[in-house]
Design a protein around this ligand. Structure first.
Ligand SMILES: [Zn+2]
Length: 230
């Protein structure tokens, strides 16, 4: 698990905090959808749980220690993913209550306790207030990583309790390069012009563009354009 090439500056900033022992209790990763913020959050969570990264000695989680293996197999007892239930776009207060309970228990592995919450704008009113309380009184070695595609929708009091890390769209050439490599990995390939049009359709967000290719949205769009033109 790694961050994307266009997130190197954000990663460097986080590493610096680990090295200076200044990891905040809450991060807010902010930026448009489809540029890899969730994967950054997961890489960061893995890094903060890894046994071999103390003092920021490694650039990334080692991938081999006991903690990394628990993360890899999605069975780490001190790591939680929080999001709306399947089929819903609303994150209810019960999910936050569960998270509060999770943070209240002492660490099973003796290290930090991590929660990744995505997308943060799915919190309903009660859930947002419950989260705010947790952010105001963080417990021990707990870290919450919020991921938001539209942080303007969040309560300003939530935003101000988090360390905000902004993510922007990658340069077109970087997006194109990444998309081409990702498609090749799945034994798919597009021409340069096709890569340009799928990126344009995805408003230059590379992960969304990949999704479009895989779900056939590109062809669908071309068919629509042709129909409109005829
Ligand atoms: Zn490790």
């Amino acid at each position: 698990m790694s961050f994307f090439p266009w997130q190197a500056a954000q990663w460097e900033r986080v590493l610096k905090q680990v090295r200076e022992n200044k990891v905040p209790h809450a991060f807010l990763l902010n930026g448009v959808e489809g540029i890899g913020k969730l994967q950054f959050a997961e890489s960061l969570a893995a890094y903060l749980l890894c046994e071999s990264t103390s003092e920021g000695k490694l650039e990334q989680a080692c991938g081999t220690c006991k903690q990394c293996r628990l993360v890899e197999s999605e069975t780490h007892p001190d790591y939680k993913h929080i999001g709306p239930e399947e089929g819903s776009s609303i994150l209810k207060v019960d999910a936050i209550r569960n998270m509060v309970e999770f943070f209240a228990q002492s660490s099973m592995q003796g290290g930090r306790k991590l929660a990744v919450l995505s997308p943060a704008e799915s919190l309903n009113h009660n859930a947002a207030n419950a989260l705010l309380k947790t952010l105001e009184e963080p417990s021990g070695d707990s870290v919450i990583i919020l991921v938001s595609h539209s942080s303007g929708q969040l309560l300003p009091t939530i935003r101000s309790r988090c360390q905000v890390i902004d993510f922007s769209l990658p340069e077109t050439s970087a997006a194109k390069q990444w998309l081409e490599a990702a498609l090749n990995k799945d034994e798919l390939s597009l021409s340069g012009a096709e890569l340009d049009s799928v990126l344009a359709l995805a408003a230059q967000a590379p992960l969304r563009a990949l999704e479009y290719v895989k779900t056939g949205a590109l062809e669908e769009n071309q068919r629509m354009l042709e129909e409109m033109a005829s």
